[in-house]
Design a protein around this ligand. Structure first.
Ligand code: PMP
Length: 395
């Protein structure tokens, strides 16, 4: 049977860049001990107090269909959180609860794009972005954020790509670069969106993981609440990746149509998961800090290790659970470096090329293993890079 082009063309026909990740998983399945610094999954599990809340809710009977837009309590909780962080009036009518941030990204593009429309996204990018855009029948167009600009997207570059576009997808704190967009960058982006009448889709799933500077949501900027769709999630902030609970916050008219979309697609999120999210968000910043603490600690450890050498350069590591390392001094591509590191030292990192063109010659390190193993792997990586850079044989 023929399958639709929309589904068969999701990854654009090329490799999805995850070959190295799959190779690492194959090695692990064969019994080889691999230090996996590949995907954005905490090495801690969901907090037991959150699991208790989930259990109480499920045993209390909240196992039937939940309200499609989300429970009133969770929508109110998310609205209050967003209002507090943006200063913009936000009510439950601005909030749709979704099965994770990924479903929110799909919903946001469904709201902004018709089939055939062009949707902008920033390269380097989180792996699913172009496929999500293709998934709604739109055409992804990359806007390059250069390493030389600290991976901050430049408004003039966005402007130059904006002809025919209807939306722009940004992500700060950023996966894969670990960069947090500054106020100047965001104000520049806001201006382009207003001048070119673009929806701004702002993926803020790492907003609790800030190591330097401050998180600024573009929903807070003048004139932006009416054209911004904010994507949020419990996955990263509360180590609830498997619970699939996220949201989209935007103008009431967009949310009301997105509730209809949810009725015809996801049909909501389990009630006991939403109750657990209400509990988790109710614990405030202390719990968020506790969950972010290992990454903050490892980022500091990495900073010290990397300061003592010059074969590897660290991009500004301001937030999120990743380090983007410039390994161009080795003369290798990110892919060749990552493959050699995996084969020689059984350390798996992601080639920068998996995240687009702009991170070529880089590798992304997820800070998601215990401190000892992390330090050991990073030191080995630096040593390996130094050997490659000086042309010495490995030994
Ligand atoms: N956006 C970014 C930038 C991510 O890194 C991820 C997950 N790795 C997501 C969205 C989706 O997260 P989830 O669906 O678990 O909320």
């Amino acid at each position: 049977m023929r399958l639709s082009r929309r589904i068969t063309g999701l990854t654009g026909g090329g490799s999805d860049g995850w070959d190295l990740f799959l190779q690492a998983r194959r090695m692990i399945a064969e019994g080889i001990a691999v230090t996996e610094l590949t995907i954005g999954e905490h090495d801690t599990r969901t907090h037991s107090s959150i699991l208790d809340a989930m259990d109480r809710s499920a045993r209390g009977g909240h196992t039937g269909y939940a309200m499609v837009p989300g429970t009133a309590l969770l929508r109110d909780t998310v609205a209050a959180r967003v209002q507090e962080r943006t200063g913009q009036r936000t009510t439950r009518d601005n909030v749709l609860i979704t099965p994770g941030g990924q479903a929110a990204l799909f919903a946001a593009h469904s709201a902004a794009c018709d089939p055939g429309d062009t949707a902008l996204f920033v390269d380097p990018y989180y792996a699913t972005y172009p496929g999500t855009i293709r998934g709604v029948g739109a055409l992804p167009r990359a806007v390059i954020a250069r390493a030389e600009d600290g991976f901050q997207p430049r408004p003039d570059v966005i402007e130059a790509e904006a002809d025919g576009a209807v939306s722009l997808l940004i992500n700060s704190p950023n996966n894969p670069t670990g960069v947090v967009y500054g106020r100047e960058t965001l104000e520049g982006i806001a201006k382009v969106c207003q001048d070119r009448d673009l929806w701004l889709i702002s993926d803020e799933v790492y907003d609790t993981q800030i190591w330097e500077g401050a998180h600024l949501s573009p929903r807070a900027l003048p004139g932006m609440a009416e054209r911004t769709l904010v994507v949020g999630s419990m996955s990263k902030s509360h180590a609830m990746t498997g619970s699939r609970c996220g949201w989209i916050v935007g103008p009431e008219a967009a949310i009301s149509h997105l509730i209809t979309l949810a009725t015809h697609t996801t049909y909501g999120v389990p009630g006991f998961v939403q109750d657990a999210a209400v509990f988790a968000l109710g614990q405030g910043r202390d719990l968020e800090e506790e969950i972010a603490a290992p990454f903050r600690r490892r980022r500091d450890l990495a900073w010290h290790i990397l300061a003592g050498q010059n074969a590897v350069r660290l991009s500004p590591a301001q937030g999120a659970m990743y380090l983007m390392l410039d390994i161009r001094a080795t003369g290798l591509s990110g892919e060749a470096f990552a493959t050699a590191l995996l084969e020689t030292h059984h350390i798996a990192v992601m080639p920068g090329e998996s995240f687009g063109k702009a991170a070529a010659g880089h590798v992304r390190v997820a800070m998601t293993v215990a401190d000892d193993a992390f330090v050991k792997a990073l030191k080995t990586l630096c040593h390996f890079a130094a050997q490659q850079a000086s042309g010495l044989p490995e030994g």
